[in-house]
Ligand binder design. Structure first.
Ligand SMILES: [Zn+2]
Length: 428
């Protein structure tokens, strides 16, 4: 299916274990050793096709880097995805004692308010190139929302499978687009295994199963944007949430690609992984100095979007973190809520529970002196708090209720603060 338009810039799908090359088809594992497949590029060809200066003329979205993404032709799905803000988080930085703290805010990604729009834009554009008319996914929520929305706009039929206990907002934010949403009585890992069987039996394009090599490449765009927004400098430290463990590796791949194109100086970045304590297979492996993770059978955390007990890229994520000189930590449910509140109350950014995990872990790593306070740090926010409001409901208990009189309002302003505004568990 490789056409002249790729100009041979894509070599194929390469096995991450043995290196065997496969054609660009819907296939996610090596038939020799079941190693995962990854898109492999010829950067000398890309360097001839794309110069850094060319970007100035292009719209500020993920497709400005399209030569580094695995499509044969022009993108056809998710044309407005990406281009999210990199916020210089001065108030959060001050609260944490860090001079240069940046928040990459994919909580405002278009159209479904999470970084998953990046991976889905690539996966569904590729699905159309490969001729699929029915697509789907196994999801912990954000991916479900994104596949449903982007497929609707592309006129593709969808089957989306999720664990039955997801947040209501994520279920509704999938159904509304007219997708065939199916709740499964089981964990994400069980849903994922079922989807593998479905992809084989029905021949559909499941974005994070048989289209996974293409899908995962979309995450690189977050790394390109971070580098460009820092004026083509790589950050010294990146803190990233981990579910399947793919995003952190793809940001690293993006930085390496920009280095090999000569667009940034070869300055090493340390990577730090964040998970919830109730499902922390990768952070546990890093802390114990182990190569591979031990799967968590029954995840138990309010950060449902990160609740993947047996992460597909766990091995690679743990290796990357350790080799980069970074570290990994996890956050309890209470710390997750504190992290959400801290980010909201310092920067006005309402992130979902996964964002609370990332902020809480960044705080922990700073306290442990693993993250130096005098070097630039980027933390990656991947989803929007409007989707996981349930966990904050108790905050509403301290909202004062008054009659429509100035007198009663005066009492709110001048009255004893404790009676009108109980300090939350997470006052900054
Ligand atoms: Zn192989």
């Amino acid at each position: 299916m490789t056409t002249a338009s790729t100009g041979n810039r894509i070599l194929g799908l390469a096995c991450r274990s043995c290196g065997k090359l496969y054609p660009l088809q819907a296939n996610n594992f090596c038939t020799e050793d079941f190693g995962p497949l990854e898109v492999s590029y010829d950067y000398e060809v890309i360097a001839k096709q794309l110069r850094k200066e060319d970007l100035q003329k292009r719209p500020w979205n993920m497709w400005r880097y399209r030569e580094l993404l695995p499509l044969d032709g022009e993108p056809t799905v998710g044309l407005h995805v990406g281009g999210t803000p990199l916020v210089h988080a001065r108030r959060l930085g001050a609260a944490l004692g860090v001079k240069q703290l940046y928040v990459k805010n994919d909580a405002v990604n278009f159209p479904t308010l999470s970084f998953k729009d990046r991976v889905v834009a690539v996966a569904l554009s590729k699905a159309k190139e490969l001729g699929f008319t029915t697509v789907g996914c196994a999801s912990t929520g954000n991916l479900a929302n994104s596949v449903a929305a982007n497929a609707a706009s592309a006129g593709l039929e969808t089957f989306i499978l999720v664990p039955h206990d997801l947040e209501k907002a994520k279920l509704l934010g999938t159904s509304v687009y007219g997708s065939n949403l199916v709740k499964v009585k089981g964990t994400y890992d069980q849903v994922n295994r079922l989807c593998t069987q479905i992809a084989f039996k029905y021949g559909w394009g499941l974005v994070n199963i048989n289209l996974r090599p293409f899908y995962a490449e979309g995450s690189k765009s977050m790394g390109y944007e971070i580098a460009e927004q820092l004026d083509w400098k790589l950050p010294k430290h990146v803190v990233c949430p981990m579910a399947g463990g793919s995003l952190i590796g793809k940001i690293s791949k993006a930085f390496k690609e920009l280095t090999s194109l000569g667009w940034v100086n070869n300055t090493p970045t340390k990577f730090y992984g964040a998970q919830a304590s109730g499902c922390a297979p990768i952070t546990t492996a890093v802390k114990q100095g182990k190569d591979s993770h031990k799967p968590v059978k029954t995840p138990n955390t309010i950060a449902k979007s990160l609740a993947i007990g047996d992460p597909a890229d766990g091995y690679f994520a743990a290796k990357l973190i350790t080799n980069s000189g970074g570290w990994a930590e996890d956050a309890t449910d209470e710390e997750i809520i504190e992290g959400m509140q801290l980010l909201s109350q310092t920067e006005g950014i309402f992130a979902e529970t996964a964002g609370g995990v990332t902020v809480a872990v960044a705080r922990k790593l700073i306290e442990q002196k693993r993250l130096p306070v005098d070097e630039p740090i980027v933390i990656c926010i991947t989803g929007n708090g409007l989707k996981t409001q349930d966990v904050l409901e108790q905050m509403l208990e301290s909202v004062p209720l008054i009659g429509p009189t100035l007198n009663e309002f005066d009492q709110v302003v001048t009255g004893p603060r404790e009676t009108v505004r109980k300090p939350s568990t997470a006052t900054v």
